[in-house]
Design a protein. Structure first.
Length: 280
């Protein structure tokens, strides 16, 4: 299996596992919490059919990547992405596609390193601009919500994942038509592969303030978000990017009735927006 080494914790290398398939213009897929690179299966298949080179990877602490107890912040996550791109050294500009937590890597990458070598970006189920409610961010989510999440994860992360996926997919409304029991179990199995430390530590990363990164977007950007997202509420995230004009060159698609993981529950709608956007 292919890996790139991005650092060290004591005597152990920190390795990022990646997959690199197909040929043509490269697109990099960056997964959400608590999944891994394989969670893009409904998009990867269509991208490969369209003649694209598809690169996906597992964030540190997730999937087959190393499980250190350091580096759970977006500056480090973006540096890991840069290390992967430097390692692969694609001959053409890449296109970055992030889902949920993965939208943070894309945003901080552009904020820290600029868009050289990047032609387009797509953000699904966005975490931007700033999820935490503060005096200067009244549309955010109160701190006590995240404190409660951390307490639940620390007490029983398996029970946390079970309830999390109910809201990740809005199972009360969309099961079994758009998310069946077997698929739900498969996602749970992906989640328990991530490290216990990352399960807890990543919650604080959701509170990252991306407002200074967004003005640095200078490439065409697609945002796709479910209107009934219970994990990253539409009104606190995607709607703000659109209504407050926080990204200069923005194409916006709202998936009516869509939950957080629209890439799984609404793949036809997502792919109909994503593939033509990336093909331009």
């Amino acid at each position: 299996m292919p890996y790139v080494t991005v650092g060290k914790e004591n005597s152990a290398d920190i390795d990022i596992h990646y997959n690199d398939h197909g040929s043509g213009k490269p697109v990099v897929l960056i997964h959400g919490y608590p999944l891994n690179g394989n969670s893009w299966e409904k998009q990867e298949a269509e991208l490969l059919k369209a003649g694209r080179r598809v690169i996906s990877y597992d964030r540190r602490g997730f999937g087959k990547s190393s499980q250190p107890t350091t580096g759970y912040d977006y500056d480090t996550f973006a540096a890991d992405l840069k290390a992967l791109l430097d390692h692969l050294a694609p001959a053409e500009d890449v296109q970055l596609v992030g889902f949920s937590m993965g939208t943070g890597e894309v945003t901080r990458y552009l904020g820290n390193y600029g868009s050289a070598g990047v032609s387009r970006v797509a953000l699904l189920g966005v975490i931007q601009p700033f999820l935490l409610q503060t005096d200067d961010n009244e549309k955010g989510v109160p701190q006590e919500v995240f404190d409660g999440i951390k307490e639940t994860v620390a007490k029983d992360r398996y029970l946390w994942f079970e309830g999390f996926f109910d809201n990740f997919f809005n199972t009360d409304k969309l099961s079994p038509d758009r998310i069946g029991d077997a698929a739900l179990k498969a996602h749970f199995n992906l989640a328990v592969e991530m490290s216990p430390f990352a399960s807890y530590a990543c919650v604080d990363t959701w509170l990252t303030d991306f407002r200074d990164d967004l003005p640095k977007f200078d490439v065409p950007t697609l945002v796709v978000h479910g209107t009934e997202d219970r994990i990253l509420p539409f009104e606190a995230t995607a709607q703000r990017l659109r209504d407050e004009n926080l990204i200069a060159d923005l194409e916006f698609v709202a998936i009516e009735g869509g939950p957080h993981n629209i890439a799984w529950t609404h793949p036809d709608e997502v792919n109909a927006a994503l593939l033509p956007f990336l093909a331009r």
